[in-house]
Design a protein around this ligand. Sequence first.
Ligand SMILES: [Zn+2]
Ligand SMILES: [Zn+2]
Length: 292
Amino acid sequence: MSGTTLQRFEALARDDAVSAPLARLYAAALRSAADPAWEVGVSIDFVALPHGTSRAPLLHERTIGVESARLAFLLDELARVVASQSIEGGQELRAAVTGGRLAAVALLAASIAHREVELERLAVQASVPSSLLTVAGQALALPVLGTCGRQARDLVRQLAWRAGYCPVCGAWPALAELRGLERSRWLRCGRCASEWSYPHQQCPFCDNADHRTLRYLAEEGKQDTQRVEVCERCRGYLKTFSTITAWSLGDLLLQDLMTVELDLVALDREYRRPGPLGFQLDTRVVPRDREA
Ligand SMILES: [Zn+2]
Ligand SMILES: [Zn+2]
Protein backbone atom coordinates (compact mmCIF):
# COMPACT_ATOMS: atom_id res chain seq x y z
CA MET A 1 0.00 0.00 0.00
CA SER A 2 1.32 3.45 -0.81
CA GLY A 3 2.36 5.70 2.05
CA THR A 4 -0.32 8.20 1.12
CA THR A 5 -3.13 5.65 1.36
CA LEU A 6 -1.86 4.53 4.75
CA GLN A 7 -1.69 8.13 5.94
CA ARG A 8 -5.26 8.68 4.80
CA PHE A 9 -6.39 5.58 6.76
CA GLU A 10 -4.64 6.95 9.82
CA ALA A 11 -6.25 10.37 9.34
CA LEU A 12 -9.67 8.70 9.02
CA ALA A 13 -9.08 6.68 12.19
CA ARG A 14 -8.13 9.90 14.01
CA ASP A 15 -10.96 12.10 12.73
CA ASP A 16 -13.93 9.77 12.43
CA ALA A 17 -14.83 7.87 15.58
CA VAL A 18 -17.42 5.72 13.77
CA SER A 19 -15.07 4.49 11.04
CA ALA A 20 -11.98 4.34 13.28
CA PRO A 21 -12.12 0.66 14.35
CA LEU A 22 -12.56 -0.59 10.79
CA ALA A 23 -10.01 1.90 9.43
CA ARG A 24 -7.38 0.66 11.92
CA LEU A 25 -8.16 -2.98 11.20
CA TYR A 26 -7.95 -2.51 7.43
CA ALA A 27 -4.77 -0.46 7.76
CA ALA A 28 -3.13 -3.30 9.70
CA ALA A 29 -4.25 -5.90 7.15
CA LEU A 30 -3.14 -3.76 4.20
CA ARG A 31 0.22 -3.02 5.79
CA SER A 32 0.72 -6.77 5.99
CA ALA A 33 -0.61 -7.27 2.44
CA ALA A 34 2.09 -4.92 1.13
CA ASP A 35 4.73 -7.47 2.18
CA PRO A 36 5.87 -9.25 -1.01
CA ALA A 37 6.35 -12.43 1.03
CA TRP A 38 2.62 -13.16 0.60
CA GLU A 39 3.37 -13.81 -3.04
CA VAL A 40 5.15 -17.02 -2.09
CA GLY A 41 3.16 -17.48 1.12
CA VAL A 42 -0.02 -18.12 -0.88
CA SER A 43 -0.42 -20.69 -3.63
CA ILE A 44 -3.50 -21.44 -5.67
CA ASP A 45 -4.11 -24.27 -8.10
CA PHE A 46 -5.84 -22.04 -10.62
CA VAL A 47 -6.62 -23.80 -13.84
CA ALA A 48 -7.12 -22.11 -17.17
CA LEU A 49 -10.66 -23.38 -17.36
CA PRO A 50 -12.64 -23.94 -20.50
CA HIS A 51 -14.60 -21.18 -18.82
CA GLY A 52 -16.60 -19.79 -21.70
CA THR A 53 -20.10 -19.53 -20.32
CA SER A 54 -19.27 -20.68 -16.79
CA ARG A 55 -20.49 -18.43 -14.01
CA ALA A 56 -18.24 -19.99 -11.38
CA PRO A 57 -15.52 -17.68 -10.01
CA LEU A 58 -11.93 -18.86 -10.45
CA LEU A 59 -11.52 -19.77 -6.77
CA HIS A 60 -14.54 -22.09 -6.83
CA GLU A 61 -13.54 -25.71 -6.17
CA ARG A 62 -9.90 -24.69 -5.85
CA THR A 63 -7.45 -25.09 -2.98
CA ILE A 64 -5.51 -22.20 -1.50
CA GLY A 65 -2.30 -23.08 0.31
CA VAL A 66 -1.33 -20.52 2.93
CA GLU A 67 1.86 -20.25 4.94
CA SER A 68 0.37 -20.89 8.36
CA ALA A 69 2.95 -19.03 10.46
CA ARG A 70 2.48 -15.85 8.41
CA LEU A 71 -1.30 -16.09 8.73
CA ALA A 72 -1.15 -16.72 12.48
CA PHE A 73 1.14 -13.72 12.86
CA LEU A 74 -1.36 -11.52 11.03
CA LEU A 75 -4.30 -12.74 13.12
CA ASP A 76 -2.30 -11.98 16.25
CA GLU A 77 -1.64 -8.46 14.96
CA LEU A 78 -5.29 -7.89 14.03
CA ALA A 79 -6.45 -9.12 17.45
CA ARG A 80 -3.99 -6.71 19.08
CA VAL A 81 -5.40 -3.81 17.01
CA VAL A 82 -8.98 -4.77 17.93
CA ALA A 83 -8.13 -5.14 21.63
CA SER A 84 -6.47 -1.71 21.71
CA GLN A 85 -9.83 -0.08 20.99
CA SER A 86 -13.01 -0.08 22.98
CA ILE A 87 -14.84 -2.63 20.87
CA GLU A 88 -17.24 -5.12 22.41
CA GLY A 89 -15.49 -8.48 22.46
CA GLY A 90 -12.11 -7.01 21.58
CA GLN A 91 -10.34 -8.29 24.69
CA GLU A 92 -12.00 -11.69 24.31
CA LEU A 93 -10.80 -11.92 20.72
CA ARG A 94 -7.24 -11.21 21.77
CA ALA A 95 -7.51 -13.78 24.57
CA ALA A 96 -8.89 -16.40 22.17
CA VAL A 97 -6.04 -15.86 19.73
CA THR A 98 -3.26 -15.92 22.31
CA GLY A 99 -4.97 -18.81 24.13
CA GLY A 100 -5.14 -20.93 20.96
CA ARG A 101 -8.94 -21.03 20.85
CA LEU A 102 -9.16 -19.48 17.38
CA ALA A 103 -7.25 -21.05 14.52
CA ALA A 104 -6.24 -18.62 11.79
CA VAL A 105 -6.64 -21.15 8.97
CA ALA A 106 -10.18 -22.09 10.09
CA LEU A 107 -11.18 -18.43 10.30
CA LEU A 108 -9.66 -17.72 6.88
CA ALA A 109 -11.47 -20.65 5.24
CA ALA A 110 -14.84 -19.69 6.75
CA SER A 111 -14.31 -16.05 5.75
CA ILE A 112 -13.31 -16.68 2.13
CA ALA A 113 -16.43 -18.76 1.48
CA HIS A 114 -18.45 -16.70 3.98
CA ARG A 115 -19.79 -19.81 5.70
CA GLU A 116 -22.03 -18.24 8.31
CA VAL A 117 -22.64 -21.39 10.34
CA GLU A 118 -18.92 -21.99 10.61
CA LEU A 119 -18.25 -18.33 11.54
CA GLU A 120 -20.91 -18.62 14.23
CA ARG A 121 -19.32 -21.81 15.58
CA LEU A 122 -15.87 -20.20 15.69
CA ALA A 123 -17.33 -17.14 17.43
CA VAL A 124 -18.94 -19.28 20.13
CA GLN A 125 -15.71 -21.21 20.60
CA ALA A 126 -13.75 -17.97 20.96
CA SER A 127 -16.46 -16.28 23.09
CA VAL A 128 -16.66 -13.24 20.82
CA PRO A 129 -19.64 -11.68 18.98
CA SER A 130 -19.94 -13.24 15.53
CA SER A 131 -20.17 -9.77 13.94
CA LEU A 132 -16.70 -8.94 15.29
CA LEU A 133 -15.30 -12.27 14.18
CA THR A 134 -16.75 -11.76 10.70
CA VAL A 135 -15.04 -8.38 10.34
CA ALA A 136 -11.74 -9.73 11.71
CA GLY A 137 -12.01 -12.62 9.25
CA GLN A 138 -12.52 -10.23 6.35
CA ALA A 139 -9.40 -8.32 7.33
CA LEU A 140 -7.46 -11.57 7.74
CA ALA A 141 -8.48 -12.63 4.24
CA LEU A 142 -7.37 -9.39 2.55
CA PRO A 143 -3.68 -10.23 2.00
CA VAL A 144 -4.58 -13.77 0.88
CA LEU A 145 -7.39 -12.79 -1.47
CA GLY A 146 -5.37 -9.81 -2.69
CA THR A 147 -2.63 -12.25 -3.70
CA CYS A 148 -5.21 -14.50 -5.39
CA GLY A 149 -6.52 -11.49 -7.30
CA ARG A 150 -3.03 -10.56 -8.50
CA GLN A 151 -2.21 -14.12 -9.50
CA ALA A 152 -5.50 -14.45 -11.39
CA ARG A 153 -5.28 -11.11 -13.19
CA ASP A 154 -4.14 -12.51 -16.53
CA LEU A 155 -6.69 -15.33 -16.38
CA VAL A 156 -9.48 -12.85 -15.68
CA ARG A 157 -8.53 -10.86 -18.78
CA GLN A 158 -9.05 -14.00 -20.86
CA LEU A 159 -12.52 -14.66 -19.46
CA ALA A 160 -15.61 -13.34 -21.10
CA TRP A 161 -17.00 -12.62 -17.65
CA ARG A 162 -20.66 -11.66 -17.67
CA ALA A 163 -21.72 -12.03 -14.04
CA GLY A 164 -22.13 -9.15 -11.61
CA TYR A 165 -19.99 -10.76 -8.90
CA CYS A 166 -16.22 -11.02 -8.75
CA PRO A 167 -14.71 -13.42 -11.31
CA VAL A 168 -12.09 -14.51 -8.76
CA CYS A 169 -13.71 -14.66 -5.31
CA GLY A 170 -17.44 -14.36 -6.01
CA ALA A 171 -18.01 -11.19 -3.94
CA TRP A 172 -20.49 -8.58 -5.04
CA PRO A 173 -18.71 -5.41 -6.16
CA ALA A 174 -17.73 -3.01 -3.39
CA LEU A 175 -18.11 -0.13 -5.82
CA ALA A 176 -18.01 0.80 -9.48
CA GLU A 177 -15.54 3.03 -11.26
CA LEU A 178 -16.37 5.17 -14.27
CA ARG A 179 -12.84 5.22 -15.53
CA GLY A 180 -10.97 7.63 -17.73
CA LEU A 181 -12.24 10.12 -20.27
CA GLU A 182 -14.40 7.46 -21.91
CA ARG A 183 -15.96 6.68 -18.50
CA SER A 184 -15.92 2.93 -19.04
CA ARG A 185 -17.66 1.07 -16.25
CA TRP A 186 -15.53 -1.22 -14.09
CA LEU A 187 -16.83 -3.14 -11.10
CA ARG A 188 -14.31 -3.58 -8.30
CA CYS A 189 -14.00 -6.29 -5.67
CA GLY A 190 -13.29 -5.10 -2.12
CA ARG A 191 -11.80 -8.49 -1.16
CA CYS A 192 -9.33 -9.35 -3.91
CA ALA A 193 -9.26 -6.02 -5.82
CA SER A 194 -10.21 -7.71 -9.09
CA GLU A 195 -11.84 -5.60 -11.76
CA TRP A 196 -14.26 -6.57 -14.47
CA SER A 197 -16.05 -4.47 -17.01
CA TYR A 198 -19.81 -4.43 -16.93
CA PRO A 199 -22.37 -2.72 -19.17
CA HIS A 200 -23.68 0.69 -18.25
CA GLN A 201 -27.37 0.67 -17.48
CA GLN A 202 -27.41 -2.85 -16.09
CA CYS A 203 -27.78 -3.94 -12.47
CA PRO A 204 -24.93 -6.28 -11.46
CA PHE A 205 -27.04 -7.86 -8.71
CA CYS A 206 -30.02 -9.02 -10.80
CA ASP A 207 -28.89 -8.33 -14.40
CA ASN A 208 -31.84 -5.99 -14.87
CA ALA A 209 -31.22 -3.86 -17.96
CA ASP A 210 -34.57 -2.05 -18.13
CA HIS A 211 -33.52 1.59 -17.97
CA ARG A 212 -36.92 2.62 -16.61
CA THR A 213 -36.12 0.79 -13.37
CA LEU A 214 -32.50 1.92 -13.07
CA ARG A 215 -31.60 5.35 -11.75
CA TYR A 216 -29.14 7.09 -9.52
CA LEU A 217 -29.07 9.21 -6.40
CA ALA A 218 -26.54 12.04 -6.21
CA GLU A 219 -25.89 15.30 -4.54
CA GLU A 220 -26.66 18.24 -6.82
CA GLY A 221 -23.62 19.02 -8.97
CA LYS A 222 -21.74 15.84 -7.90
CA GLN A 223 -23.54 13.31 -10.09
CA ASP A 224 -20.59 13.01 -12.48
CA THR A 225 -18.02 12.25 -9.78
CA GLN A 226 -19.88 10.23 -7.18
CA ARG A 227 -23.32 8.75 -7.02
CA VAL A 228 -25.35 5.76 -5.95
CA GLU A 229 -26.80 3.65 -8.74
CA VAL A 230 -29.99 1.90 -7.71
CA CYS A 231 -32.18 -0.83 -9.14
CA GLU A 232 -35.92 -0.73 -8.53
CA ARG A 233 -36.27 -4.41 -9.35
CA CYS A 234 -33.98 -5.91 -6.68
CA ARG A 235 -33.56 -2.76 -4.54
CA GLY A 236 -29.78 -3.14 -4.73
CA TYR A 237 -27.46 -0.14 -4.77
CA LEU A 238 -23.90 0.41 -5.89
CA LYS A 239 -21.69 3.38 -5.08
CA THR A 240 -20.10 4.69 -8.26
CA PHE A 241 -17.14 7.04 -8.66
CA SER A 242 -15.31 8.60 -11.55
CA THR A 243 -11.64 7.63 -11.51
CA ILE A 244 -8.63 8.34 -13.68
CA THR A 245 -7.01 4.92 -13.30
CA ALA A 246 -7.85 1.74 -11.39
CA TRP A 247 -7.82 2.06 -7.61
CA SER A 248 -5.63 -0.15 -5.46
CA LEU A 249 -7.23 -2.43 -2.85
CA GLY A 250 -6.33 0.11 -0.16
CA ASP A 251 -7.87 2.97 -2.12
CA LEU A 252 -11.03 0.95 -2.73
CA LEU A 253 -11.55 0.21 0.94
CA LEU A 254 -10.68 3.76 1.90
CA GLN A 255 -13.12 5.24 -0.60
CA ASP A 256 -15.84 2.90 0.62
CA LEU A 257 -15.26 3.89 4.25
CA MET A 258 -15.02 7.60 3.48
CA THR A 259 -18.36 7.75 1.67
CA VAL A 260 -20.61 6.21 4.27
CA GLU A 261 -22.95 9.17 3.74
CA LEU A 262 -23.83 7.69 0.34
CA ASP A 263 -24.75 4.39 1.98
CA LEU A 264 -26.97 6.26 4.39
CA VAL A 265 -28.77 8.02 1.53
CA ALA A 266 -29.46 4.66 -0.14
CA LEU A 267 -30.38 2.80 3.05
CA ASP A 268 -32.71 5.63 3.98
CA ARG A 269 -34.62 4.98 0.76
CA GLU A 270 -34.69 1.25 1.50
CA TYR A 271 -32.11 0.16 -1.00
CA ARG A 272 -29.60 -2.38 0.22
CA ARG A 273 -26.14 -3.62 -0.50
CA PRO A 274 -26.48 -7.36 -1.10
CA GLY A 275 -23.75 -9.36 0.27
CA PRO A 276 -21.24 -10.37 0.71
CA LEU A 277 -21.08 -13.12 -1.93
CA GLY A 278 -22.97 -13.47 -5.19
CA PHE A 279 -21.86 -17.05 -5.65
CA GLN A 280 -21.73 -19.87 -3.11
CA LEU A 281 -18.01 -20.42 -3.17
CA ASP A 282 -16.51 -23.80 -2.35
CA THR A 283 -12.84 -23.16 -1.68
CA ARG A 284 -10.48 -25.20 0.47
CA VAL A 285 -7.69 -23.65 2.52
CA VAL A 286 -4.75 -25.81 3.56
CA PRO A 287 -1.95 -24.70 5.86
CA ARG A 288 1.59 -24.91 4.54
CA ASP A 289 4.72 -24.62 6.56
CA ARG A 290 7.61 -22.60 5.24
CA GLU A 291 9.66 -25.61 4.17
CA ALA A 292 6.89 -27.20 2.12
ZN1 LIG B 1 -12.87 -10.74 -5.50
ZN1 LIG C 1 -31.15 -5.23 -9.57
